[in-house]
Design a protein around this ligand. Sequence first.
Ligand code: MLT
Length: 399
Amino acid sequence: MTPVAIAHRLSAVPEYLFTSLAEKRRVLESAGKKIIDLSIGDPDLPTPQIIINRLKEAVDNPEHHRYPQGKGSEEFRSATARFYRRRFGVELDPETEVMAVVGTKEGLAHLPLALINPGEYALVPDPAYPVYRTAVCLAGGVVVALPLLAENDFLPDLKALSDTILKRTKLLFLNYPNNPTGAIATQAFYQEVCELARRYNFIICQDNAYADIYCGDEPPMSILAIEGAKEVAVEFYSLSKTFNMTGWRVGAIVGNPEVLSALAKLKSNIDSGLFSAIQSAAATALDSYELLHPQILNAYKERREIFLPALKEIGWHVNSASATFYCWAKYPDSRSSFDVCNELLDKCGIIASPGAGFGDFGEGYVRFSLTAPTHTIKQSAEILISTFTKQKTLYHSSP
Ligand code: MLT
């Protein structure tokens, strides 16, 4: 049979990092190997019962069985606006400044198609959630990498961007608290980036998926809390991580109304919105944030306290003040992160994400996701210590 000729635009992008890692796990498990998966950030804890109960009720409502409103139900958009006011001190008009997305990955992946003409520039952090880069490539845009370096606290060095690049820039992706590095953005940084966007007339897309997973006392902020940010910015808020709802596929884009309406136009030609019953349950989640959040946050704090000391004990460096449920760990040798992850798998049975899977500047790091049960995190910590202290840290063991 003649092979199917796949479009060039698809051949030019890699397989999704976590699909490859899941496939690796599947192959090993089917060969009978016991695997601990600390790769994808997919919370093991169940969705809180109050949200599930609301879904059960909402499913019985025949009004929810018809096409949903493209931009999201009034119930969901109003709950999002109320949540933004309480949580971030940000006022949003639910009619024009809030829209539902089928999980923020979907919204992030479609946004460049709505904003970028072929050849226009998008500034994409490196390392980063791989979707930003892929989405720009699929839209025909040019990716300009913004290195996130430890010496700059994993914030991009905006001053290093030339006038020529900035004049051709249409879109800038940000993601704080940051996946994979765990870095948090300061108010001063957001102010600087908003000023730059205003000066050069580009849109900032801030992915705030991890706003509610942090270990310090100060909850991370929304970029929209910066005065005038709505003129230049949109933000994605995901329910996946805050409420253990990755499988539900529900999130919101908030901020600049013109950007939202462009994305709505695009999406109306692609999907038909998000099941209204899920939006109803998501509204309950947002309205119950204060009740549900402390317990979820404490689980991750406990896991960090177990896992970080183990990494330190085997000679890896992790910033203990970072946010998200990831540990962005620098290993003490110069092997590739793919080699180090293979060794973790062979010797410890642990799947972690190689830093280079998030971009060239992720090389030298491995990302561990603390989204496995606490007893599994404890077991992983013990395995790491017993494997690598026995042979004196990973790098001494390499030939
Ligand atoms: C991650 O593990 O980085 C992501 O959260 C996975 C995803 O959203 O697909």
